[in-house]
Design a protein around this ligand. Structure first.
Ligand code: NAD
Length: 372
């Protein structure tokens, strides 16, 4: 296929990221079909028309079902709030389209299972927005682990913190509505789980806890509304490998802007990485003279593919939107039947089951096994 037609549903934070990725993927990688920005959908015709003009899409409208039915659309990007993912993804797959859907997969396990089934039946490519696994430095961590440089992993910690909900006067939004899911667990927790599954293996059992720092949020021109989701969660984990770990999540952590702080400890060393400084990682090797041991910093460079597709100069750094371009490229590799680093709906369901177990555990107050 020499050209692919794109449909984009939703044009907020992630919608713009997908639009930029579709605009750039051919120029950055070159080895994929040309991209036609065919059809864009938003909540009103006016907003859809405005966004289509800005992003360069040929058609627009408020009816996402018309986009899904558009014969010139081959791939549908779904970047709407969580509660719409299942309905939109299943409709797109049933219409024979490939799907790139933002995380979390769905707001219930039953919906995620229906999405997985729809993808299997359709035979189309269905991929989720787990951009952090695409970071060249995360790929390098995988290579370091595979080389055995830190030995056998026995423990990990991941903290994912942001402060966009730290202010108690921030108005009630869709992320505080139970329709969006559990809260920090499926808004944030899915990302650390995507990293752990990619780097370390499956999480076998969990002990979770969830907290709600603010009971209500203001609603402009109306009484405050009760918050229905948990902005904070903490989880103890045990992997299939026997390694233990801790995941700590907060959307209300003042000062933290985009922290995904990952520490991996083995019997011969350690790796440290933080998404807030995502063009570097730190490696500690427990060898040589103990007097000169210490963490050394490795800066992102063209040797860390696919950094080289963006910039020939080491240490200059990629940005968040570049991860989305890499993810888009991996989707297109999968579509071409080539090896690809993507989290499809099968692997996505495994992440959803892990998050479900964390929530169940928090509700019941007991260790809970993750269903396979
Ligand atoms: P957002 O509120 O900024 O944007 C959502 C957009 O969808 C809005 O423009 C809204 O008008 C539009 N929309 C809602 N209903 C629609 C409908 N029926 N038809 C067409 N458009 C509709 O939200 P966001 O922060 O972009 O989050 C969207 C999704 O992306 C969520 O599932 C979220 O979890 C995910 N997300 C992923 C990452 C990541 O790192 N991968 C980061 C942020 C958000």
């Amino acid at each position: 296929m020499s050209r692919l037609g794109i449909g984009l549903i939703g044009t907020g934070y992630m919608g713009k990221c997908h639009a930029l990725a579709w605009t750039s993927v051919h120029a950055v990688f070159g080895d994929v079909p040309s991209i036609d920005l065919v059809h864009l959908s938003e909540v009103t015709d006016d907003l859809a028309r405005q966004r289509a003009g800005e992003f360069g899409f040929a058609r627009s409208g408020a009816d996402w079902r018309a986009l899904v039915a558009d014969p010139e659309v081959d791939i549908v990007s779904i970047t709407t709030p969580n509660q719409f993912h299942a309905e939109m993804a299943i409709a797109a797959l049933e219409a024979g389209k490939h799907v790139w859907c933002e995380k979390p997969m769905a707001t219930s396990l039953a919906d995620a299972e229906r999405m997985r089934d729809a993808a299997r039946i359709s035979g189309r490519v269905a991929v989720l927005g787990y951009n952090y696994i695409q970071n060249p430095m995360v790929r390098q961590i995988e290579a370091i682990l595979a080389a055995g440089s830190i030995g056998t992993v026995n423990h990990f910690r991941v903290e994912m913190d942001e402060d966009f909900m730290a202010d108690p006067t921030t108005p009630f939004g869709w992320k505080s509505d139970a329709k969006s899911g559990y809260g920090a667990l499926d808004d944030f927790g899915v990302h650390p789980v995507s990293l752990i599954h990619t780097l370390l293996g499956r999480i076998a059992r969990v002990l979770g806890h969830q907290a709600m720092p603010y009971a209500t949020r203001p609603v402009p021109g109306a009484p405050p509304r009760a918050v229905e989701t948990h902005d904070i969660a903490s989880v103890l984990c045990e992997l299939d490998t026997g390694a233990s770990g801790v995941i700590a999540l907060s959307r209300s952590a003042w000062g933290r802007k985009g922290r995904i702080a990952l520490q991996i400890f083995g019997d011969r060393g350690a790796i440290v990485f933080d998404q807030e400084r995502f063009n570097e990682l730190q490696l500690y090797a427990a060898d040589g003279d103990p007097a000169t041991r210490g963490f050394r910093t490795i800066l992102a460079a063209p040797v860390h593919a696919p950094y080289d597709r963006f910039i020939p100069a080491p240490g200059h750094g990629l940005g968040f939107n570049d991860l989305k371009i890499i993810e888009c490229h991996e989707l297109l590799l999968r579509l071409a039947g080539r090896p690809s680093r993507t989290i499809g709906f099968d692997a996505g369901l495994s992440i959803e089951r892990t998050i479900w177990a964390m929530h169940e555990s928090a509700v019941r107050g007991t260790w809970t096994s993750v269903p396979e």
